[in-house]
Design a protein around this ligand. Structure first.
Ligand code: 13P
Length: 259
């Protein structure tokens, strides 16, 4: 998937480990009726693996895309419990969240593992949504750029900066996830500028093809203020993506701050 005719903003739902068939059905129905016709915003829903078929059945042909929250770094083989990129493709997934801090901490995912997964996703034409971000301790120590830089370097050192073409990076300060305490627009702007600076080492076209989202307690009240910030190309939304009305509010904010 490329970003030709690229939308100006992305709003991506990360359902995490929430939902069931009936709840998803109702939520996706609302997404489809309210969000299919946005002009400048690409809406994406990243669902738990078992619901990929449901997402595909509901969203195919609607303009809303879907994807997963992880994939295996191996192509196939004896890896009990893993799900491969090809399996995601079988269910029409165009996106995959990688390196989310909830996985990195709970399942000890190393930056190198995440880098490998990033390449596997690209190889299969799935757009990776790479999550990066610092802990509160790291922010208070003033080493947030070092931390995020190291996460990006894990990929750049192995595969070169060009692999970020047509990908998405989401800045998710760990202290802002699920806490109700979003980064301020100024904090987000500074980090987005830093990320952009690191990734635009190639050329301007490359710069435009990398989207940098913000994630961490995005809600309908703060979305517009965050999305108006230069270099913030949209949001990765956890809790508020489970509530149709709140998610719509966030998507409308993205839509209304288009030039
Ligand atoms: P919340 O929106 O619930 O803070 O979660 C953010 C997140 O983790 C998105 O990936």
């Amino acid at each position: 998937m490329t970003h030709t005719n690229t939308p100006r903003k992305y709003v991506i739902a990360n359902w995490k480990m929430h939902g069931d068939l009936a709840h998803n059905q109702a939520l996706l129905d609302r997404y489809v009726s309210q969000l299919s016709d946005l002009k400048g915003t690409q809406v994406v829903v990243c669902v738990p693996y078992p619901y990929l078929a449901q997402a595909q059945a509901k969203l195919q042909g609607t303009g809303i895309a879907w994807g997963a929250q992880n994939l295996a770094k191996n192509e196939d083989g004896p890896f009990t419990g893993e799900v491969s990129a090809q399996m995601l493709c079988d269910f029409g997934s165009q996106y995959v969240i990688l390196g989310h801090s909830e996985r990195a901490t709970a399942y000890c995912e190393s930056d190198e593992n995440i880098a490998q997964k990033f390449m596997v996703a690209k190889k299969h034409g799935i757009t990776p949504i790479l999550c990066v971000g610092e802990t509160l301790i790291e922010r208070e120590a003033g080493v947030m750029e070092l931390k995020v830089g190291k996460q990006l370097d894990a990929i750049i050192d192995l595969y070169g900066v060009e692999v970020f073409q047509n990908t998405i990076v989401s800045y998710e300060p760990i202290w802002a996830i699920g806490t109700g305490l979003a980064a301020t627009p100024d904090q987000a702007k500074a980090m987005h500028l830093f990320i952009k600076g690191k990734l635009m080492q190639v050329n301007a076209t490359h710069e435009n093809s990398v989207k940098i989202l913000y994630g961490g307690s995005v809600n309908p009240q703060n979305a517009l203020q965050l999305f108006m910030v230069e270099h913030i190309d949209g949001g990765l939304v956890g809790k508020c993506s489970l509530n149709a009305q709140e998610f719509e509010g966030i998507c409308q904010a993205a839509e209304s701050c288009q030039e």
